[in-house]
Design a protein around this ligand. Structure first.
Ligand code: DGL
Length: 254
């Protein structure tokens, strides 16, 4: 790594990874973050594994020349499709991924009834089957794909009446039957209010954003790469739609 390589890239298929960026900025205010959302190609979650891997590599390769000391893959779908091959391709770069926070849910609700909301691809991947096999004996775990929700968050409508109606339909069989729901897609924290209206305020909503930020901090600390001074946040998107930049800032400050 070069001394001038001091950016932390945060990558997602769109604006969802901003739910992770919020935690990163809080924990590491002196760092320089480069957030890249691939909204032009979102959603990733209904694509094939190969397509998501290809899109992830294309995005990462476009970010590398900017001088990175770390890469946070703030997308559960891209993590399940590409984290292993990214680590093999860039062994000298700190690479942190995100996965559905099942451990957090199982620790907080031992023997509990836990729903896992994630994209169809994340729920179908081998990585998730491994994760599930670790926790399903002690808890009742339900897979809850939510097609359509990412698109609403990308349109700035994650907590809109339309999102609430979609969630009411998708989650009807589970209302009153869950202790917690894991938000296994980084877009979903931006639909948390609609989710709570549907599931009831007593159902805990858990996500891996804070854990991912803590892991990033730990890895940088270990490598003696923590920065001092004033931080910076740069937000970029593959879409030319100007509303996405404004939406990204609104979500960051929400
Ligand atoms: N934000 C992504 C995740 O965490 C997926 C959204 C998409 O389908 O593009 O899984």
């Amino acid at each position: 790594m070069n001394r001038k390589d001091d950016l932390i890239a945060v990558f997602d298929s769109g604006v969802g990874g901003i739910s992770v960026l919020r935690h990163l900025v809080k924990l590491l205010p002196a760092e320089r973050f480069l957030y890249f959302g691939d909204s032009a190609n979102a959603p990733y979650g209904t694509r094939s594994r190969e397509e998501v891997e290809k899109l992830t590599f294309a995005a990462v390769e476009s970010l590398l020349p900017r001088g990175l000391k770390a890469l946070v893959v703030a997308c559960n779908t891209a993590t399940s499709a590409a984290i292993d091959s990214l680590r093999s391709a860039y062994p000298d770069l700190i690479i942190v991924g995100i996965e559905p926070a099942l451990k957090l849910a199982a620790d907080h609700f031992p023997g509990g009834r836990i729903g896992v909301m994630a994209t169809p691809m994340t729920l179908a991947e081998e990585k998730f089957s491994h994760l599930l096999s670790r926790y399903h004996r002690d808890s009742e775990i339900y897979k809850l794909p939510a097609p359509g929700l990412v698109e609403l968050v990308e349109a700035g409508a994650g907590n809109s009446p339309q999102a609430e109606a979609l969630l009411r339909k998708l989650l009807a069989p589970y209302v009153g039957k869950l202790d917690a729901v894991v938000l296994g897609c980084t877009h979903y924290p931006f639909a948390a209010k609609a989710l709570s209206r549907v599931l009831g305020p007593e159902v805990a909503l858990l996500d891996g954003g804070e854990g991912t930020a803590r892991e990033t901090c730990r890895r940088l600390e270990q490598a003696d790469l923590l920065r001092q001074g004033a931080g910076e946040i740069i937000i970029e998107n593959s879409s030319r739609e100007p509303a996405l930049k404004a939406l990204s800032l609104t979500l960051l400050n929400s």
